[in-house]
Design a protein around this ligand. Sequence first.
Ligand SMILES: Nc1ncnc2c1ncn2[C@@H]1O[C@H](COP(=O)(O)OP(=O)(O)OP(=O)(O)O)[C@@H](O)[C@H]1O
Ligand SMILES: [Mg+2]
Length: 318
Amino acid sequence: MAKADYLISLIKTHYEGDAERFTTVALQTAAYEAKLGHVFVAEEIRNLVDKAKANKFRTKTFSSDLEGLIIESEADLRRSDLIVSETTQSKIDRVISEFIQRDKLRRHNLQNRRKILLSGPPGTGKTMTASVIAHELGLPLYTVLMDKLVTKFMGETSAKLRQIFGLIQQQVGVYLFDEFDAIGGERSRENDVGEMRRVLNSFLQFIERDNSESLTIAITNNRRLLDTALFRRFDDVITYDLPNEEEKLELLQNRLGPYAKDLNLKRLLPQINGLSHAEIALACLDAIKTTVLDDKKKITNALISKAIEERNLAYHSH
Ligand SMILES: Nc1ncnc2c1ncn2[C@@H]1O[C@H](COP(=O)(O)OP(=O)(O)OP(=O)(O)O)[C@@H](O)[C@H]1O
Ligand SMILES: [Mg+2]
């Protein structure tokens, strides 16, 4: 066959929706290009095919009703980037390991932890955790946009939730209901706690009934919401805190990487008070950026110190 034949064949199989045949033709095209000595082209085609195979979970599209309500993201964060207390880490590890061994659990009539609640102050790694779990399990991460979910009409919100839980059942993934409290905050002027409660109750009913394979992760940094009704519906509650000394050091090392090679980072610790992981990470980035732009060869403690001071000021001034 000539190049044009492969092209025509690709187009044809695409429109016929014959995914298997499409892959075969794509690989034949790669072989053809390789024979012509176009090794890079061949390699690129093969990589695309491999990537598509790995992402086979992701090829389905949402029904139009859910468009704009759920976003799918590439989860590329590793466990080692997340710096949390040992207790928190072991709880996260347990969720991952139970998912991986869910069949084994099922054989004993047991279920893996699938419904998880994360709670803690801003910037301590809650959203990041969802991404790490999705990445570690090779599952797509679907974030439900909570503010879009809440409409003035309770009936509509429930209908949307029903659709979302339909998707959770149908398509295995990590489903993130981030920032429950955002709903409360946005509408807090009127009778919003009531409104928030109703949405929450509706959510709790759905999550209670859910018997899918997906992981559902809900996040809050509003401890007021953590009443017993809430706890009961989740298989596990994982809490987050501001970093302790050891975690601060680990985070500085992780974020500064090779830039911190010759620095005594311990000296910086007393200066970091009440800052979240996110703030410390940003201070590190600030310091790195300054070095890059100033063409200075090396980063110094003084530079990091200044960046931390700036974050401290920003943080404590409101
Ligand atoms: N525990 C952590 N370890 C490493 N980096 C962290 C951690 N927590 C936060 N970060 C950094 O800060 C960024 C923001 O964190 P994240 O969005 O996970 O915070 P959060 O707990 O969800 O906060 P919020 O309650 O404000 O949504 C992360 O992308 C990461 O760069
Ligand atoms: Mg978050």
